[in-house]
Write a protein that binds this ligand. Sequence first.
Ligand SMILES: Nc1nc2c(c(=O)[nH]1)N(C=O)[C@@H](CNc1ccc(C(=O)N[C@@H](CCC(=O)O)C(=O)O)cc1)CN2
Ligand SMILES: Nc1ncnc2c1ncn2[C@@H]1O[C@H](COP(=O)(O)OP(=O)(O)OP(=O)(O)O)[C@@H](O)[C@H]1O
Length: 286
Amino acid sequence: MIGARVFCIPTATLERSSSSSIFFFFPKISTRPVSRVSTTVAMSTTSKSQEELDSIFKQKRVVRTTVRKSLKAMNPSLRTQQDDAIQNTVLEAPWFKSCRRLCAYISCKSLNEVDTSRILSKILQHPGTTTTAASMTNVADKKLYVPWVEDKKSNMRMLHISHMDDLIANSMNILEPALVDALGNEREDVLQADEPIDLFILPGLAFDRCGRRLGRGGGYYDTFLKRYEDRAKAKGWSNPLMVALSYSPQILEDGGIPVTPNDVMIDALVTPSGVVPITPPAIERM
Ligand SMILES: Nc1nc2c(c(=O)[nH]1)N(C=O)[C@@H](CNc1ccc(C(=O)N[C@@H](CCC(=O)O)C(=O)O)cc1)CN2
Ligand SMILES: Nc1ncnc2c1ncn2[C@@H]1O[C@H](COP(=O)(O)OP(=O)(O)OP(=O)(O)O)[C@@H](O)[C@H]1O
């Protein structure tokens, strides 16, 4: 575990990116701190005019462009080093070892996302292929759900997979569960998660140490997580741990991530230097 507890302070207007020494000027940017009762940003939609929203979405696009550039410029051996460090941290973490149902993203090389291939292989490792009893106990009984994009209107589901062979590239060139088998028959084992999830391993373009997360602009995760949260509340499920994986250039200083009302905050960040627990449940468990 790195980084002691971080206290998030309200916004300043001049913000500095920690990773690239670039200064962002965001007039009146909203960076209010986390509400973990509702994981969405504590800000009412109605309190923002469309003009203000347009301005924040514009700021998001500016940050995305900057972070994409830093990711593209990352030295390949540094990237591999960071992929290894991040995946080792996850694989060795008690909160990962103890989780039974999780949703994780399938990393996409062309998007320069933190690699999840070793994490996924470990989860999908089947009893009999493991070498030691210790490795079997922790992974063989995990149920894995991965994203499946339903449409272009921010609708996404999480579908169960048992093998990497269950995947096929979608129109965005991201691997996702195939809904039919090689013979064209509907696969019955691909079901939408309708059970409590212990852990979400989230992608994203940029993060701060206070739990703010900037996605790729599709609104898929925010929409999904809000719906999941509503369903969990209705069914009395406990909150999952929401953990994002981040290369060092993706971690911005507090205030560097523009936020809009639907943004869902994360509980913790896994960085190349270790875990940054953010919310009380994460601080308790990490
Ligand atoms: N690995 C992975 N799977 C995922 C996501 C993700 O971020 N990563 N998603 C998370 O939502 C959903 C898919 N959403 C996506 C949204 C945008 C792009 C994308 O290619 N964006 C380009 C810019 C495109 C543009 O601006 O027109 C990019 O970011 O470079 C990909 C996936 C579900 N599956
Ligand atoms: N100016 C705007 N006003 C209102 N909605 C907007 C505006 N610009 C984009 N959106 C919508 O906001 C959503 C994207 O939100 P945001 O940029 O916060 O997503 P994100 O961080 O990529 O989300 P995630 O990674 O969680 O999927 C999309 O549904 C998009 O249509």
